[in-house]
Write a protein that binds this ligand. Structure first.
Ligand code: PPS
Length: 287
């Protein structure tokens, strides 16, 4: 499936045609979740791959064998991407499913579900910078133009996968609708990886010994993951992701936006953030 220049529009949101079709998006929206499913939900560039690795390591008691032998997209497939049914059919045991879909698209399918939902959010300024760089290397995303042009589209919510604000508010604003919902910020994982691993292990009801926790922490560190070909996307052919134009595991830092934003861009962002997030208590401290 190439379709590198194609775009699919679903519920007024653009998705890369490379991985998505109307059928795959409809499959996701009508998916039958099982109570034993764990669903990782993120807006792109918010810590998706990191959470996929954390969950793999927690469920495997810190043993890196699976994380080092099976690509993340096959261990925790994206529900809305075309290959997902094939992977889930072949899977045995509890399923780890990933999605970038906004709440309103997936809510009907998840209604009354006992699936465990883990929502990872990241400072949107860092998301915008990471996403901008990703557009340059991912040939299935449009040319982002200048950072200033991209930022304007990001704030308007016209980039692929839609508005960051709608995504975060949609999911976190309906947390109470889920029987099992864990919210965690990228910044929390960065500042306290050990505590975050413990939090995820409690949520998944999978306790780890001190030694197992130490091993999990080692293998989901940025330095370890950047060299793991099962998560750093170097297995993907250059025509699709061009690693000469940037790295998927780029910097893995918090506050990198300060190296990219002008003061004016930051002020505009803050004003939009304050207006759009005024009715959301959860994330007001994130910037
Ligand atoms: S995607 O394309 O939506 O799946 O991307 P996603 O995985 O959500 O986000 C990629 C960014 O997460 C960073 N990352 C990490 N940071 C710190 N520690 C670890 N272990 C880690 N793993 C992934 C990755 O480097 C991308 O952020 P940037 O800022 O571009 O470096």
């Amino acid at each position: 499936m190439a379709r590198l220049d194609d775009t699919e529009t679903f519920h007024n949101i653009k998705f890369p045609g490379h991985m998505h079709t109307q059928d795959s998006l409809n499959y996701a929206a009508n998916f039958k979740f099982q109570d034993t499913d764990t669903v990782i939900v993120t807006y792109p560039k918010s810590g998706t791959t990191w959470m996929q690795e954390i969950i793999t390591l927690v469920l495997n008691k810190g043993d890196p064998a699976l994380a080092r032998s099976q690509p993340n997209w096959s261990r925790a497939p994206w529900l809305e991407q075309y290959y997902c049914p094939q992977i889930l059919q072949a899977s045995t045991g509890p399923r780890i499913i990933t999605t970038h879909l906004p709440y309103h698209v997936l809510a009907p399918a998840l209604r009354d579900s006992k699936a465990k939902v883990i929502y990872v959010a990241r400072n949107p300024k860092d998301v915008a910078v990471s996403y901008y760089h990703f557009h340059k290397m991912a040939n299935f995303l449009p040319d982002p133009g200048t950072f200033s042009e991209f930022l304007s589209d990001f704030l308007k919510g016209t980039v692929h996968y839609g508005s960051w604000f709608d995504h975060v508010k949609g999911w976190t604003g309906h947390a109470q609708n889920f029987q099992k919902f864990l919210y965690i910020a990228y910044e929390e994982m960065w500042q306290d990886l050990r505590g975050s691993l413990e939090k995820v292990s409690r949520f998944l009801q999978c306790s780890l010994t001190e030694e197992e926790l130490k091993s999990a922490q080692k293998y989901c560190s940025f330095n370890s993951m950047k060299d793991n070909i099962m998560v750093n996307y170097t297995l993907i052919p250059r025509e699709i992701m061009d690693h000469s134009k940037g790295k998927f595991m780029r910097k893995g830092k918090i506050g990198d936006w300060k190296n990219m934003f002008t003061e004016e861009q930051s002020d505009v962002f803050d004003a939009v953030y304050s207006a759009r997030m005024a009715d959301s208590s959860l994330l007001m401290g994130i910037l």
